[in-house]
Design a protein around this ligand. Structure first.
Ligand code: R5P
Length: 293
């Protein structure tokens, strides 16, 4: 029997996610062999033949630095071994927030990472990438790209859980998601104004007078990192009398105990499974598997 033309290749922590993608898309599943040499350099090996096949490397790039080295080694190796196409499925794409030199002398990391990927990938699939100063992925990436959004899985998940909802987007960029989620949930949404002074300090104001009593407030953003953005909105929504507050994001990075901090403020937190964490209950594998298919 001819081998399956498509193979989904997992890294150590992406096995469960990749297996689900392979099952749903009808591709073969395989897992890389990754070890360390005694000097801590990485040794990597494909277990399946990839010559003439379409290879989907699946890995979310949260905590990215070590993961990036392995992805680059794997992508170049797949090409060396004669893969027909090499596609990276990175549900969370790293370094996208470093899209300008914020302070003199700083690296514009997103461009540097894009150059590395441009040298070894034929395709890139990702979910809700942080596009702020870049309008589209191909402003920096040269390969074919596909930008998926978790709006529908998020909205359908929340619709079943929230009574009398009202949606907030914490800043201008987040409004695209907040508005779309609210429209599927059949409720209103508003965008707030955010001032970020540094990664730890954020100021957000709810300017309009909102009647939030009896409302289930749903705050929607692409990323929760330190959680400061969400925390500011949670505090304001509480002040305005919200009955219950939900923080929902596509990518739950939850750095610096952000999840615990949000829960301590009384918020219920959900994220998609682009990054595995205790609240990653919203599944995006069906949506991604359609791309592989
Ligand atoms: C920024 O524009 C993003 O959309 C998020 O609002 C931001 O990355 C969240 O970061 P943090 O959780 O550290 O406030």
């Amino acid at each position: 029997m001819a081998p399956n033309k498509k193979v989904v290749v997992a890294f150590s922590e992406s096995r469960g996610f990749s297996k689900r993608l392979a099952d749903k898309s009808g591709a073969q599943y395989s897992c890389l062999e990754v070890e360390k040499f005694p000097d801590k350099e990485t040794k990597l090996r494909f277990r399946e033949g990839v010559a003439g096949r379409k290879v989907f490397l699946v890995r979310s790039l949260d905590n990215p630095d070590q993961k990036l080295i392995e992805v680059l080694l794997a992508a170049h190796t797949a090409r060396d071994l004669g893969a027909d196409k090499v596609v990276l499925v990175a549900p969370y794409l790293c370094y996208m927030r470093q899209d300008k030199r914020f302070r003199q002398g700083e690296a514009v990391s997103s461009r540097i990472i894009a150059k590395l990927f441009n040298g070894c990938l034929d395709g890139l699939v990702t979910v809700d990438p942080h596009l702020h100063r870049y309008k589209r992925l191909n402003d920096i990436f040269k390969m074919k790209t596909k930008r998926l959004t978790a709006v529908r899985p998020i909205a359908e998940f929340m619709r079943q859980r929230v009574r009398n909802p009202f949606v907030f987007g914490p800043d201008l960029e987040s409004f695209q998601w907040a508005k779309a989620v609210a429209s599927i949930m059949g409720c209103k949404a508003d965008v707030l104004r955010k001032q970020r002074y540094d990664s730890e300090s954020v100021r957000i104001e709810i300017k309009k007078k909102h009647e939030l009593k009896n409302k289930g407030v749903v705050i929607v953003d692409d990323v929760v990192s330190t959680g400061h953005t969400m925390m500011e909105v949670v505090k304001d929504a509480k002040r305005l009398g919200a009955r219950k507050i939900y923080c929902v994001c596509t990518h739950g990075i939850f750095a610096e105990n952000a999840l615990q901090k949000l829960r301590r403020l009384g918020a219920v937190v959900y994220a998609t499974n682009t990054i595995k964490n205790p609240v990653s209950r919203i599944d995006v594998t069906r949506m991604i598997s359609r791309e592989i298919r």
